[in-house]
Design a protein around this ligand. Structure first.
Ligand code: PLP
Length: 407
């Protein structure tokens, strides 16, 4: 008898975005022809920057000639891209991360999901609440939790992110080994200061813990005082792995390219307490299970760092940040408390009822689709997430409709 991994049966039966799709489909059936504006799912709407498209075209031509054709590439990514990442994302900001500490991949989703394979079954894991669901679900699948009851899995340490702590969690009261952090945050849009991150790095160093730092939204940071990388904190390269993505930075959600930084100084420990170099483990994992990102896509990602690419990517970010500013103002005018949306494409809105009731209200009265905060964790109850990934016209229209219906 072929038996399943029982851990999969512990996963909460429904997936947030399919629940939302179901409610929207029902609404459409009941209200044929009624306009719906989607400010829910975190996918970008603008096309790839022209510099990336041109580079990708050139790379496709390379594949058409025996002289320039490329077959399997290095699993960790081509040096031409790793060098650019090291130079522009790190060394230019006085952060010493070398090209061979960078692992190019086809997504921060798979990397944040796969990395837990490197760690023991028994470790104590801390996850923020609300949270990007991948961190939790991949640990559930791996059997590191008990069952879900009342919206939380037993066996995990939840780090509450609330308006009381500015959505930046406090250090845990108990000792934890693996800590997931995400800034700018999905879903709250919160950012962490240097002092916040310093606290976490110190905790990790004192407790021989490891921080998994998801910086997928780093490119939306405009305030120079907000750290873009955890490695801006002294000593973080011994206790933190960082994840970045071209998805939101440069519109690669469908094209797929990201990278993970595993500094060579970063250690985990064997059962006998001997330090183990994490870089070697991740290299082993990637070379065994991953065969690299396609050559044209890596050339397109390289173009993000050209002069014109950097300018175009900045414009992309500015476009969505302008939406975020409009949403922040609009929600305030309607009378909601709202957070985030300043160095982030997400606005976290507090309502006067539970998340799904707020979602239904937005959909039924205004035809606007948002994401119920409760779908990201218990602390998300009472909130909705509004995404800035849309056109200015749709954002203005959505705000107009919400203002008419809800004010
Ligand atoms: N990390 C966070 C916090 C995200 O919100 C997302 C996507 O929404 C990802 C990672 C996934 O990024 P990628 O498209 O590179 O897989």
């Amino acid at each position: 008898m072929i038996r399943v991994n029982e851990n999969y049966l512990k996963l909460k039966a429904s997936y947030l975005f399919s629940d939302i799709a179901k409610r929207v489909a029902e609404f459409e059936k009941k209200n044929p022809g009624k306009e719906i504006i989607r400010l829910g799912i975190g996918d970008v709407t603008l096309p790839l920057p022209p510099a990336c498209i041109a580079a990708m075209h050139r790379a496709v031509d390379d594949m058409a000639s025996a002289k320039t054709f490329r077959g399997y590439g290095p699993e960790q990514g081509y040096d031409f891209l790793r060098e650019k990442i090291s130079e522009f994302d790190y060394r230019s900001r006085d952060v010493s991360i070398s090209a061979d500490e960078i692992f190019v991949s086809d997504g921060a989703k798979c990397d944040t999901g796969n990395i837990q394979e490197l760690f023991a079954h028994e470790i104590v894991i801390a996850v923020p609440d609300p949270v990007y669901p991948v961190y939790v679900d991949t640990n559930v699948m791996a059997g590191r939790t008990g069952v879900n009851s009342d919206g939380r899995y037993s066996g995990l340490v939840y780090l509450d992110s609330t308006d009381a702590n500015g959505f930046v969690p406090e250090l845990p009261g108990e000792k934890v080994d693996l800590i997931y952090l995400c800034f700018p945050n999905n879903p709250t849009g919160a950012t962490a200061t240097k002092a916040d991150l310093t606290k976490w790095v110190r905790y990790a160093r004192e407790n021989r813990a490891l921080i998994l730092y998801d910086a997928a939204y780093e490119s939306f940071i405009r305030d120079d005082n907000i750290p873009r990388s955890i490695y801006e904190i002294e000593g973080a390269d011994e206790v933190a792995v960082e994840f970045r993505s071209f998805s939101k930075t440069a519109g690669f959600t469908g094209t797929r390219c990201a990278f993970t930084v595993v500094p060579k100084k970063c250690r985990a420990y064997s059962a006998t307490g001997e330090p183990v170099i994490l870089h070697q483990l991740w290299l082993r994992r990637q070379t065994t299970k991953f065969n690299g990102v396609s050559y044209p896509v890596q050339r397109a990602a390289e173009a993000v760092y050209s002069d014109e690419g950097r300018r175009q990517v900045r414009e992309l970010g500015d476009y969505y940040l302008e939406n975020a500013a409009r949403i922040r103002n609009g929600m305030k005018d309607i009378g909601f408390a709202r957070y985030g949306g300043l160095n982030s494409p997400y606005i976290w809105v507090k309502g006067d009822r539970d998340s799904w009731a707020l979602f239904d209200l937005m959909l039924e009265k205004a035809g606007v689709v948002c994401t119920p905060g409760a779908g990201f964790g218990k602390c998300g109850e009472g909130y909705i997430r509004i995404s800035a990934f849309n056109s200015h016209e749709n954002v203005d229209r959505a705000l107009e409709k919400m203002s008419e219906a809800l004010r």
